[in-house]
Design a protein around this ligand. Structure first.
Ligand code: NAP
Length: 472
């Protein structure tokens, strides 16, 4: 495919191969943008931002609504593209497409409700003859930098609210998975988006990222990706608005009163989807010593039953990792844990980029499997004795994106909600759950700022204060 920059579809001499993670075959090629392309794109985006800001909210709503309908009509094509470039199973890709339709629809609705509020100046000393209100205005040019793991819906979570708020957007999709973002760009243009209201630049973040993020013409960066790249972008950004949706090693706490069959089913459902490459994937399963062995007995067969293989095969539940080197990394971390005394109950094998769904028991808090973000198809089970210890273990992380607890005890559930340091807290489910309308984002080094269209439009706008100084 070609990339879309400065109002037209363009190519470059140098190309990037987009590979099928399952068999390494070339799915397509995309241009490799250089610094010249960044400059042309920024000049055009500044014009695009003026056009977008002048577009009435109802028109922005209609464009986003039409784009949602077009994606829905082409659902199967989008699902196949996601599976081919990212490697998740077709069922997961179809679900991602349906979520993208939701995300754009919700974003369109927000275009109709962006508003300020009156300010009660008469409540201030000497304020009786003042009348004030706030206005929400677009930021201008938004850079939207996205990760590989949800190549359509996470792009929609940036592009939808940015356009709803009247900005121009420059998408920089992950190099492994640019095709869905390019198709989304096509659809937005088909839906009537002004030609310079969007750009989609394919190219290596390491080559073009600094120039894009550091440029003064970009007034807002919305980034989803790893903690370390996020930190680099924050340093490069200078003085501009930034949203950071970063990584996690999300915990779930299994209290002694939990229904273990239900917990095991939930962990099997939330620890392995997209081969564990979900930012809120269940990674650390903190389990009460009173039910530890029974829980492992319940979990093992459920994980063992997950069918691994070609993601285009309708029976496959767990596809490959996006790159073989990631599967090798998972293998190393698990081998290291085993050397330190942990036990592999099921899985623990690799076949190229496929890593078998794995349960590792007796994981200690100083192991990488516990400390760092695994981002792979394995869960680490660790024993605790008291709720205090469980909460301390859950919080023993630089991350704080999502967490879960299984219990029927309201006091425990409430302590979990108050004391666990995470942005999304699930009672009686694993950390991996999201509705696209909810406020979504992390605490600590999982980032800052919220996604979910209703919340993201606020991040995509600036607030102005207007005050009338009336006579008398
Ligand atoms: P990544 O390696 O950090 O890449 C994310 C994006 O940043 C890619 O588009 C990448 O481009 C770009 N990039 C790389 N270097 C850059 C630079 N110097 N300046 C600007 N952009 C640059 O992350 P990933 O491997 O794609 O995704 C996995 C990570 O995303 C995990 O940590 C996961 O937890 C996190 N994630 C978080 C959420 C959330 O909502 N909190 C959701 C999904 C994923 P290239 O591809 O060209 O390198």
């Amino acid at each position: 495919m070609r990339m879309y920059a400065a109002g037209r579809w363009i190519d470059t001499r140098e190309k990037i191969n987009v590979l099928n993670p399952y068999d390494g075959s070339v799915v397509d090629t995309v241009p490799r943008a250089g610094l010249d392309d960044i400059e042309k794109t920024l000049e055009s985006a500044v014009r695009g931002a003026r056009t977008m800001a002048a577009l009435p909210g109802y028109d922005r709503y209609r464009i986003l609504r039409a784009a949602a309908d077009l994606i829905e009509a082409r659902s199967e094509e989008f699902a196949r593209t996601i599976t081919l470039e990212e490697g998740k199973s077709l069922a997961e890709s179809r679900f991602e497409v349906s979520r993208a339709v939701q995300t754009l629809t919700l974003s369109g609705e927000e275009a109709k409700r962006l508003h300020g509020e009156t300010v009660p100046f008469d409540g201030a000393p000497g304020g009786s003859r003042k009348f004030g209100f706030t206005l929400r205005v677009p930021c201008g040019v938004v850079a939207a930098i996205s990760p590989f793991n949800f190549p359509l819906n996470l792009v929609c979570h940036k592009v939808g609210p940015a356009l709803a708020a009247g900005n121009a957007v420059i998408i920089k999709p992950a190099t492994d998975t640019p095709l869905s973002a390019l198709k989304l760009t096509e659809i937005l243009l088909e839906a009537g988006l002004p030609a310079e209201g969007i750009a989609c630049l394919t190219g290596l973040g390491a080559e073009i990222g600094d120039a894009l993020c550091g440029d003064r013409r970009v007034r807002k960066i919305t980034f989803t990706g790893s903690r370390d790249i996020g930190e680099r972008i924050c340093r490069m950004a200078g003085i501009k608005k930034v949203t950071m949706e970063l990584g996690s090693n999300s915990p779930v706490i299994v209290m002694p009163d939990a229904d273990l069959e239900k917990v095991a089913a939930a962990v099997a459902a939330t620890g392995y989807s997209n081969a564990g490459q979900v930012c809120i994937s269940t990674q650390r399963v903190l389990t009460s010593g009173k039910v530890y062995d029974d829980f492992l007995d319940a979990l093992k067969p459920k994980v063992k039953a997950l069918i691994t293989g070609n993601p285009l095969d309708e029976r496959t539940k767990v596809g490959p990792m996006v790159r073989e080197r990631d599967a090798i990394r998972i293998e190393e971390w698990i081998d290291e844990a085993v050397t330190g005394g942990a036990r592999v109950l099921t899985g623990g094998e690799r076949l190229g980029a496929l890593y078998m769904p794995t349960v590792v028991a007796d994981v200690k808090p100083d192991m990488r499997l516990f400390r760092d973000e695994l981002f792979g198809p394995a869960v680490a089970v660790t024993r605790f004795d008291t709720i205090d210890e469980a909460i301390a273990l859950a919080n023993d992380s630089i991350y704080g994106l999502a967490a879960g607890i299984f219990t029927e005890n309201l006091e425990w559930a409430m302590r979990f909600a108050r004391e666990v340091e995470a942005g999304n807290l699930m009672i009686n489910w694993g950390p991996q759950w999201r509705a696209d309308l909810m406020p979504y984002g992390g605490l600590k080094e999982s980032g800052f700022g919220k996604e979910g269209p209703r919340y993201a439009v606020e991040e995509m706008t600036e607030l102005k204060l207007v005050c009338f100084h009336l006579a008398g």
